[in-house]
Write a protein of this length. Sequence first.
Length: 369
Amino acid sequence: MRVTTRMAVGTLVGNLDRSYERITRFQAQLSSGTRLNSLSDDPAAVERSLALRSELRNIEQFQKNLSDGAGWLELSEATLGELETLFVEVRGLAVQGATSTYNASQRNAIADQVDQFLEHSLSLSETRFRGRYVFSGTQTGDVPYQPQRDASGQIVGVVARGDSSGSIEREVSDGIVMQVNIPGRDIFENPRDIHLSINALSEQVGEVGRERIVELFGESGQISAADVRGVLGDSDLNPPLTTDIRQVLEHSVENLEARETNPFSALIELRDGLRANDGESVRDTLDKLSNVREHISSIRGQIGARVNRMQTTQNVLDRVSVEMTSVLSQDEDVDLSAAIVNLTQEQDVFQAALASGNTVIPQSLMDFI
């Protein structure tokens, strides 16, 4: 009889413990809003949940990178848009200054305006995004360009500081990185690797002239402005250049040098030509100003394409994030109605077990002696 009673009591206590654990679990689910408060709740679901949350954290970081990169590029594009507009206005002034009817006073007045545009161009090169210089390459804490001024304070040159060519990249998806900056070198310094092809030059001088061009420059296929200037300045050439070839080379080097012009040097050259009341010098800057504007426009197009790719990637990440969050919700979110019903039922069971214990648990310790 005593053994049976002890067994009954043990069973009752075990049932009460398990019921209390279930009550505690349902209460935790209602208070937290999730059904996964410990590994034992649903080991498989907990494992899926941890994996999904890790992926969602990665996606969140990718989204932050995209937001930062897009903001950086959009500010760069807006800055270049302002710079391009500036060069449209400057070229209009240059056309006026090149007019033969303009006198020294009128050209000097235009030079004052160009000087203001030069100062503004320098300020645009110092544009910052969230405290970082956008055109400073990887050294975003440093001012990208340093003006050189004469005794009167007028800018006579601009030199790069630090790393104006460095690229800043952000990971925007697993294994995928995108460059988020436009190095200042690509905009405010002389473009690199501008050459004239042997074939393009030879087409202007005929077959006989082609043989001479190849003799002068070799068959590398590419000719730089420095190469052409070297040939034009060589007084010891034997045989000397024919008139036709010399004219073609002079015209070609002018085009190359115009394409190699950067915003600062183009504005300085125009201003100085105006100050000197030299209409021909002013006319020589027209192509350079046009080339600078076209180059800026080209860079803006590249930025636009890059921002579009970022937006596409952002849309994909947003969609994946929504899908993962939905799956996570199915695993984690508690059904409040069901949890309330379960809690109520379990509390009833617990109370019933306590009540039945009164008939099972002995009323006297003498029953266990």
